[in-house]
Design a protein around this ligand. Structure first.
Ligand SMILES: Nc1ncnc2c1ncn2[C@@H]1O[C@H](COP(=O)(O)OP(=O)(O)OP(=O)(O)O)[C@@H](O)[C@H]1O
Ligand SMILES: [Mg+2]
Length: 349
């Protein structure tokens, strides 16, 4: 344990729209589960959490409901979010009861005070002694190893399930940032909408995501597979049908939401002070979050901005690793945290 670290029960939580990760100081990532809870409709009792609950999405009988308590990066179902956090925190401690920990938890940068308060309250009620918030792009940048405490400008783009966070950072803080509520979920929805419009096929959220992960791309690139079968229900006959989908179709279907992300990146670059823009042009843009795994996303951003984009190592875990580094080197990074009651800077102005 480092000289400046706090206690071994301290925890970092990346409470994401798609995935929740828990980092325990000096142990690393101890839990990574989908942010899903299966509940009994009648009693509201939880039946399963995480991966077990995710398997139930779109497959549950009417009495069981698979709920994703976060939407667009923020808590949409408070009661379920609290249950989920409580369960994951306990699991993160190996099921043991421990002194209530300090919890550092990430939130998107462009959220309201009410949305911040909801996260703080859910974490407190789930057993935290003290809660500190960290803005997700700062955590992502620290986790990706960017020099955020130095005067050098760094640019990070975190494409998650609910939000894409685009930020320019220097000297521990956000200089300019935008949170776009267009990310992985919207890509899935665009694929579903395309299948319905072009093939009269209704497909589930999970099938759309599978198509994206198996044959999706953001820019023409060499893929291992160029077509994939998908199961759905035919709109006209109402009967189950299997259809073969081409990779180009999937790419085309996602072009609109990807365009929204690209436009936002360009806006941020326009608002970046020239000195920092020069640093970014030199060092490139770093991509984190699950969306960074979409083949060709780096090529698309490079093509559209003229600046090299690089995919961080282990993009799904950058935010958790960043929060972990903050816990382990608390004194060095304390200033990147916020008490949660106020927005430290106007990041969306
Ligand atoms: N190989 C892949 N190709 C494309 N997309 C992927 C791949 N793997 C995961 N994803 C997508 O990444 C998203 C999840 O990423 P991540 O875990 O970073 O999100 P999150 O942190 O939970 O969400 P947010 O930060 O928006 O609250 C999902 O939309 C998922 O479909
Ligand atoms: Mg995230």
């Amino acid at each position: 344990m480092g000289l400046f670290s706090r206690f071994s029960s301290d925890m970092g939580i990346d409470l994401g729209t798609a995935n929740t990760l828990i980092y325990v100081a000096s142990r690393g990532v101890v839990l990574a589960e989908p942010s899903v809870v299966a509940v009994d409709q009648q009693t509201r009792q939880p039946l399963a959490f995480g991966e077990a609950a995710r398997q139930m999405i779109g497959r549950t009988p009417q009495s069981i409901h698979a709920i994703r308590p976060l939407r667009d990066g923020v808590i949409a179902d408070f009661e379920i979010a609290e249950l989920m956090l409580k369960h994951f925190i306990q699991q993160g401690h190996g099921g043991k009861y421990l002194v209530s920990p300090l919890i550092v938890i990430s939130i998107p940068s462009g959220v309201t005070n009410i949305e911040r308060r909801a996260v703080m309250e859910a974490a407190s009620r789930a057993g935290a002694r003290e809660v500190r918030l960290i803005e997700e792009p700062i955590a992502a940048a620290i986790g990706a190893g960017l020099p955020v405490t130095e005067p050098t400008g760094s640019m990070v783009i975190d494409i998650g399930g609910g939000t894409t966070e685009i930020a320019v950072l220097a000297l521990r803080g956000i200089v300019v940032a935008e949170t776009v509520r267009t990310a992985g979920d919207e890509l899935n929805e665009a694929i579903s909408a395309y299948m319905k419009k072009v093939h009269n096929l209704i497909i589930g959220e999970h099938s759309a995501e599978q198509l994206k992960i198996q044959i999706g791309s953001a820019f023409p690139t060499r893929l291992t597979l160029n077509k994939q079968e998908v199961r759905g229900r035919h709109l006209l006959s109402g009967l189950p049908r299997v259809l073969s989908v081409r990779a180009e179709e999937v790419r085309e279907s996602m072009s609109e939401p990807l365009g929204v992300i690209v436009e936002s990146i360009k806006r941020i670059l326009e608002r970046t002070p020239p000195e920092l823009a020069a640093d970014i042009a030199d060092r490139g843009i770093v991509l984190t979050g699950g969306g960074a795994l979409l083949p060709g996303i780096d090529a698309l951003i490079t093509h559209e901005t003229g600046i090299a984009a690089h995919i961080a190592e282990d993009p799904l875990r950058c935010v958790a690793h960043g929060i972990g580094k903050v816990l382990e080197e608390y004194k060095r990074f304390e200033r990147t945290l916020s008490s949660g009651l106020e927005r430290p800077t106007d990041t969306n102005g």
